[in-house]
Write a protein that binds this ligand. Sequence first.
Ligand SMILES: *[C@@H]1O[C@H](CO)[C@@H](O)[C@H](O)[C@H]1NC(C)=O
Length: 176
Amino acid sequence: MPAWGVLVLLWATAEATKDCPAACTCQPLETMGLRVDCRGQGLAALPALPAHTRQLLLTNNSLRSVPPGAFDHLPQLQTLEVEQNPWHCDCGLTYLRLWLQDRMPEALWLVHCASPNPAANRPLHNLTGFQLGNCGWQLQTSWAGPSTWWDMALGAVAILGLALLAALLCTTEPLD
Ligand SMILES: *[C@@H]1O[C@H](CO)[C@@H](O)[C@H](O)[C@H]1NC(C)=O
């Protein structure tokens, strides 16, 4: 292997281990990005994941839910393995369901719910949005944020405009 090859390999390995969660092992992939293997670690919550995660293996843990937006900062994420976890299939699992549905819909058959009762033992694939439950209030709060800021920004621009207009009128008046 040429010297630059060794350097690239060292660099890739250093990058891979830099942000790797303590419970997981991280390997650079030939196709760029990382394979983050967190299988069988008894994880009850998602660890903080490296930004370059491409494959994420979470099989055989104690995960019950995935926070909404948990993978939004991982643009390279392509493969997610989440079988053998005690998933609690209520509206809190909507984000995971939509993520899988968009990117690897066949995996929805492999993800089985542990609770709540009507959903227990069923694959996530079989549950409709209605059965997952109503998350309306959560969506409302997450949508209220940006639009409130937008309204405030528009208001500020309007006030600035009025102030400028008033200033212009005041300075031009003595000329009449
Ligand atoms: C699941 O993980 C536990 C450790 O948390 C391990 O003992 C067990 O062998 C694993 N099971 C499978 C099927 O890999």
